[in-house]
Design a protein around this ligand. Structure first.
Ligand code: PGA
Length: 256
């Protein structure tokens, strides 16, 4: 058992219109909107942030975005700034998701700029890291994760670090139904904790939440969430339906 509050974050990806999103969070809020044992965040697409945020008012469910640009404003067609997210009362932002890395060419240096900007703007970054299947099979999982954690967190201060969330998402487990075994996940989570100790010292590293992501479902969540260094989940598919998302929050409550 750890002192870290578990966190369940829903990554809706490119799904849900504002109306669909509002309907979904109404059901989520009705079921778990007042619980405070687990931190709950939903991350709709940009276009649904405002209406979903309004539907969350008065509940304990928080609002996050799925991406952000590091510049404050200017000629960046199609991009969204930290201040724009803050103006919609977002508290979290997912950064460096593997889909951003692989489909949109985001690298550690670019993601690091976003992490620094998010922290300056009081947005909590959920920094995603994880190896591809080829990287796991060639034995380079820990090397890849180390590069992504150290690269993503460069320049983050000890004071800022406790608000950072790291999400370990093995790319081969995302949306595939292939979940990492609890041993595989805990091994990498413990490794990430060790990296955080080196970067920020033990006391700070013990405060950072490390989420698991990749086909997390109500059926496999209890075992994953019982691991010492697994502090919650970043949920894709199972976050699109109130029933499964609420079950995951309940699993995290039971595991706390
Ligand atoms: P999944 O996605 O739960 O559908 O595997 C997780 C994620 O990509 O954040």
């Amino acid at each position: 058992m750890s002192s870290r509050k578990k966190l369940i974050a829903g990554n809706w990806k490119m799904n849900k219109t504002p109306a669909d999103g509002v309907a979904l969070v109404r059901d989520i809020v009705a079921a778990i909107g007042k619980q405070s044992d687990v931190e709950v965040v939903v991350c709709p697409p940009f276009t649904a942030l405002e209406s979903v945020g309004k539907a969350l008012e008065g509940s304990n469910v928080k609002l996050g975005a799925q991406n952000m640009h590091h510049e404050a404003s200017g000629a960046y067609t199609g991009e969204i700034s930290a201040a724009m997210l803050r103006a919609l009362f977002a508290t979290h932002v997912i950064l460096g998701h593997s889909e951003r890395r692989s489909y949109f060419g985001e690298n550690d240096e670019f993601i690091n700029k976003k992490v620094i900007t998010s922290l300056k703007n009081q947005l909590k970054p959920i920094l995603c890291v994880g190896e591809t299947l080829a990287e796991r099979e060639s034995g380079s999982t820990l090397k890849v994760v180390q590069r992504q954690v150290e690269g993503g967190l460069e320049g983050v201060s000890k004071e800022q670090a406790p608000t950072v969330v790291v999400a370990y998402e093995p790319v081969w487990a995302i949306g595939t139904g292939k979940v990492a075994t609890t041993e595989q996940a805990q091994e990498v989570h413990a490794f990430i904790r060790g990296l955080l100790v080196k970067l920020f010292g033990d006391a700070v590293a013990q405060k950072v939440r490390i989420l698991y992501g990749g086909s997390m479902k109500p059926a496999n969540a209890p075992e994953l969430l019982a691991q010492q260094d697994i502090d919650g989940g970043l949920i894709g598919g199972a976050a699109l339906e109130a029933r499964s998302f609420v079950d995951l929050v309940n699993a995290a409550t039971a595991a706390k």
